[in-house]
Design a protein around this ligand. Structure first.
Ligand SMILES: [Zn+2]
Ligand SMILES: [Zn+2]
Length: 397
């Protein structure tokens, strides 16, 4: 039987697991209820299952009946601090938490793939590591799992690693999308505090006003992006938080702002880490003020291996048909901690369109929206792709 048909037979139970996870979303690195659901879904299967120490991860290893290499499949499990407004029958029962990025689908599809591949254990030509990861949304859960040995869970390093991610918009339902090279941006955080000297707002010359200097920094960062970086190696800086003062007639002591910096190359990222703090402190100095500028590295660039991305594209075409896959023209400016895995193991990150068929992908709400929806119809297809990638990659040796 075709892998796709086997996945279709599991569709009901995969959807059930997805809905159960969706109803009880958990945020961050500690997801005990989600972990429990995954462990229950895997129980009784011929897997070596272990759980994380510092984080509530699940690592499962399937040894196939035939000799071969190791492949890793990853699904993230965490939700977001969003209050769901979809009105779905299985909507989140927890105010302030929602699977608005579709990680509930990833978890359920990966569990489905584990079950499917276990049923074929005798013919699996190698070993599969199933990486159920908490804390993707800003907590670097993948890095914790790497630290706890997920890449060595099978005794030897994987030859390839793959992750799927659903998209609530842009892609038509059921369309797979990947590309060679950079797939998602590096994301870093800039924290700035401008130190002035407060006083009466009518006599600014007797104070040291941090607000105009901080405003100048916000604009100068945008100028820096256009003057210091190659337009063909793009950089995005957005100041998303800016706070100073309490009222109109008082000059405050301090102004603070937070920015995110996105980039696609190690060279740009290194330049950002050097140029941003210098720009901030120099502008402060020009106004007789001081400033602290902290550049904190968060997620690296998610770089697909060219060969693995091409391989994934070929698997999609062969297993689902040539019209079901596309090569993304551009990377996206979001970030992913699967980047930490891809720094160690060649692989590919693949998007799967999950926009409900009654919505227009062009105008549908994006992932992270309180009304984002992901269609159950993709669950069997995502499960099948996970399984196909493992089977076919292992077979190539
Ligand atoms: Zn997300
Ligand atoms: Zn996500």
């Amino acid at each position: 039987m075709l892998v796709r048909d086997e996945a279709a037979k599991l569709a009901g139970e995969i959807a059930e697991l997805r809905h159960a996870i969706h109803r009880e979303p958990e945020i961050g690195l500690d997801l005990p209820k989600t972990q429990r659901k995954v462990l229950d879904a895997l129980s009784g299967l011929p897997l070596k299952v272990s759980t994380g120490k510092a984080v509530s991860s699940v690592t499962a290893v399937l040894r196939g009946g035939r000799l071969g290499p190791v492949v890793l499949l990853r699904g993230d499990m965490d939700a977001l601090p969003v209050t769901e407004e979809t009105g779905l029958p299985y909507a989140s029962a927890i105010p302030g938490a929602m699977h608005a990025c579709g990680h509930d689908l990833h978890t359920a599809m990966l569990a489905g793939a584990a079950k499917l591949l276990c049923a074929r254990q005798a013919e699996v030509p190698g070993t599969v590591i199933f990486m159920f990861q908490p804390g993707e949304e800003g907590y670097a859960g993948a890095r914790y799992m790497i630290g706890e040995g997920v890449l060595d869970a099978a005794g030897e390093r994987p030859v390839a690693a793959y992750a799927l991610h659903v998209s609530g918009n842009k892609l038509p339902c059921g369309m797979f999308s990947t590309r060679p090279g950079p797939m998602l941006a590096a994301a870093d955080q800039i924290t700035v505090t401008v130190h002035g000297r407060g006083g009466h707002a009518s006599q600014p010359h007797r104070a040291a006003d941090p607000i105009p200097a901080a405003c100048e920094m916000v604009i100068a960062l945008q100028t820096m992006v256009t003057r210091k970086f190659d337009v063909f190696d793009p950089v995005v800086i957005t100041v998303g938080s800016f706070h100073a003062g309490t009222t109109d007639n008082v000059i405050p002591d301090q102004a603070r702002f937070l920015a995110t910096a996105r980039s696609y190359s190690a060279a740009s990222r290194t330049a950002l880490a050097e140029l941003v703090p210098r720009l901030i402190t120099d502008i402060a100095g020009a106004h007789g003020l001081t400033a602290d500028a902290e550049y904190a590295a968060e997620y690296p660039v998610t770089v697909n291996d060219a060969t693995e991305a091409a391989f994934a594209g070929q698997v999609i075409a062969e297993a689902f048909g040539p019209d079901r896959g596309e090569t993304a023209k551009f990377p996206i400016t979001g970030a992913e901690d699967f980047s930490f895995v891809l720094e160690e193991v060649p692989g590919a990150f693949i998007f799967l369109g999950a926009c409900p068929p009654d919505r227009d992908p062009e105008t549908a709400p994006t992932n992270h929206s309180a009304i984002a929806m992901f269609d159950d119809s993709v669950l069997a297809e995502g499960t099948a792709l996970y399984a196909e990638l493992a089977l076919r990659r292992l077979a190539t040796g």
